[in-house]
Design a protein around this ligand. Structure first.
Ligand code: ADP
Length: 485
């Protein structure tokens, strides 16, 4: 049974919001056993009915949107408008996946033989182990659970230890929507305990994981012994390219939103800005001024632009990169220090929006994921140099280019090595009906959202029905055999 408890703490104030069971391997066993038993019936519920439950879930999320957003400002720290967006993404995803209940399209194709029918259908896989991070505490569970459920799988969710309260509310609303007992189960607690036990459990054939690259590698290795299906959504080191013909003011708006929104704690955050030298000075001046206008404070206050970081360790990590950047010779233009809450002078894990200038593509601040409100300006002299710099990192989640030249825009769409590319917008802003995910070390080739998500949560089954009443052999009985004539 649970080996004690852990607390959820508000990053804006340090206030304790609740106490949760620190689940052990035995708790994971229990949750998986319930999910496995529930699978036997859930897989037989008609998919349109499963979809109807998701429609009801979407409606409940809508009804509770303000409450959830408010709780998110407290438990995770993001500002109110962004918290509302996080919940809205879950609403959109639930409607979208609810609709899949009436699609889940397979294929039919003609047979090479007479009187024979062929089709392929999507089958649920079984118990899905879903491991989620804290930065999109309602949206990311919805990306994983709604497709898993509509496809007929059951789930054990291990949410991040920083946002257990939101995860509990998410699951309560799913149950209220009509998800039967045992179909969705939660284990709380630490990654190395509950998370690892879930990844290794023999009755969990699918793991869907969003988190850091390092943990993603550990999860892949732990799942390999049982050849599990592993879906990974890992880090990013996303770049915005600003060309000499760009609308610089628009680019600055895009950079501020993408670099400092959610305090930079998004896997799609723009932590590099690659700027053509002819607009570099203008952009730098405007960006620094914009960063300095941002007001730090608790997410629930209307006038707050930037909330706190999630916890002390995050604050220390972000600051360590400021030191690294300075040591590497980049120029600290603004920020670079922890800050007090400017709303009421209280505590909390605040860090000033930070901009480095004169960075080189190979510097650590331009290569490693910082996951904070820090971005680095990299000057370049050409489009080709900009694309090469953008592609010079191990990650490949999102990218962006600001340009008014349609030829360059299309070349960028083709040549930027990322799963998502924006033209004349920042690096964030995915919608639920296109695939979401990255190339290179951002993942392992799978995608969430859109139709692509269904591939994670189903297996293709190919079915052949012979109604000829005789033995017909594919590849043999349908061949022209000139030699036999
Ligand atoms: P972050 O840097 O976003 O906290 P992590 O990768 O550490 O990213 O955490 C993401 C999720 O993975 C969390 O729910 C965490 O508890 C879980 N986790 C961490 N380590 C492991 C592990 N070894 N096995 C399974 N899950 C883990």
């Amino acid at each position: 049974m649970a080996t004690g408890t852990f607390e959820s703490v508000a990053p804006a104030t340090g206030e304790v919001l609740g106490s949760f069971p620190r689940s052990s391997a035995a708790d994971v066993d229990g949750a998986v056993a319930k999910a496995k038993a529930a699978f036997e019936d859930w897989r037989l519920v008609p998919a349109p009915e499963r979809g109807n439950i998701l429609f009801r879930f979407a409606e409940l999320l809508r009804a509770h949107k303000d409450e959830l957003a408010d709780l998110m400002t407290r438990e995770m720290g993001k500002v109110k408008a962004e918290a509302g967006g996080d919940v809205q993404e879950a609403i959109d995803m639930s409607y979208y996946m609810g609709g899949e209940g009436r699609r889940l399209f397979g294929h039919t194709t003609p047979s090479e033989l007479r009187d024979k029918f062929m089709m392929s259908v999507r089958m649920p896989v079984g118990v899905v182990g879903a491991i989620t991070p804290w930065n999109f505490p309602i949206a990311i569970p919805s990306w994983k659970l709604t497709p898993a459920l509509v496809c007929g799988n059951t789930v054990v969710l291990k949410p991040a230890e920083d946002t257990p309260l939101l995860a509990d509310r998410f699951v309560q609303l799913l149950e209220e929507a009509g998800v039967p007992d045992g179909v969705v189960n939660v284990v709380h607690g630490y990654g190395e305990e509950a998370g690892d036990a879930l990844v290794r459990h023999p009755d969990v054939p699918v793991i869907t994981f969003t988190g850091s690259r390092e943990t993603g590698i550990a999860v892949t290795k732990a799942a390999a012994d049982l050849l599990k299906h592993v879906h990974l959504e890992l880090g990013g080191k996303n770049a915005i390219i600003v060309m000499d013909d760009a609308d610089v003011d628009l680019a600055v708006n895009g950079i501020v939103w993408s670099a400092f929104g959610t305090s930079g704690q998004r896997c799609t955050a723009a932590s590099r800005v690659i700027v053509h030298r002819s607009v570099y000075h203008d952009l730098q001046t405007k960006l620094v001024a914009a960063a300095e206008r941002l007001k730090l404070g608790p997410g629930w206050e209307d006038e707050t632009d930037v909330g706190p970081l999630i916890n002390r360790a995050a604050l220390d990590k972000v600051h360590s990169y400021t030191e690294i950047g300075k040591d590497e010779g980049a120029k600290l233009l603004t920020g670079g220090e922890a800050a007090a809450n400017e709303g009421d002078g209280g505590g909390g894990f605040y860090y000033r929006p930070t901009v480095f200038g004169d960075a080189q593509p190979g510097m650590r601040i331009a290569q490693e994921e910082i996951f904070g409100p820090t971005t680095a300006l990299i000057p370049v002299d050409s489009f080709e140099e900009a694309v090469a710099a953008a592609n010079s990192v191990r990650y490949g989640l999102s990218s962006s280019i600001f340009t008014r030249d349609v030829n360059r825009a299309f070349r960028a769409m083709r040549d930027l090595q990322s799963g998502i590319t924006y033209v004349n917008a920042g690096t964030t802003g995915a919608e639920v009906h296109l695939p979401f995910g990255g190339t290179k070390e951002t993942g392992n080739g799978h995608r969430e959202a859109g139709q692509a998500a269904l591939d994670v949560f189903t297996e293709w089954k190919s079915i052949y029905v012979d109604y000829s009443g005789k033995l017909q052999r594919a590849q043999i009985d349908n061949q022209e055999r000139p030699a036999a004539r």
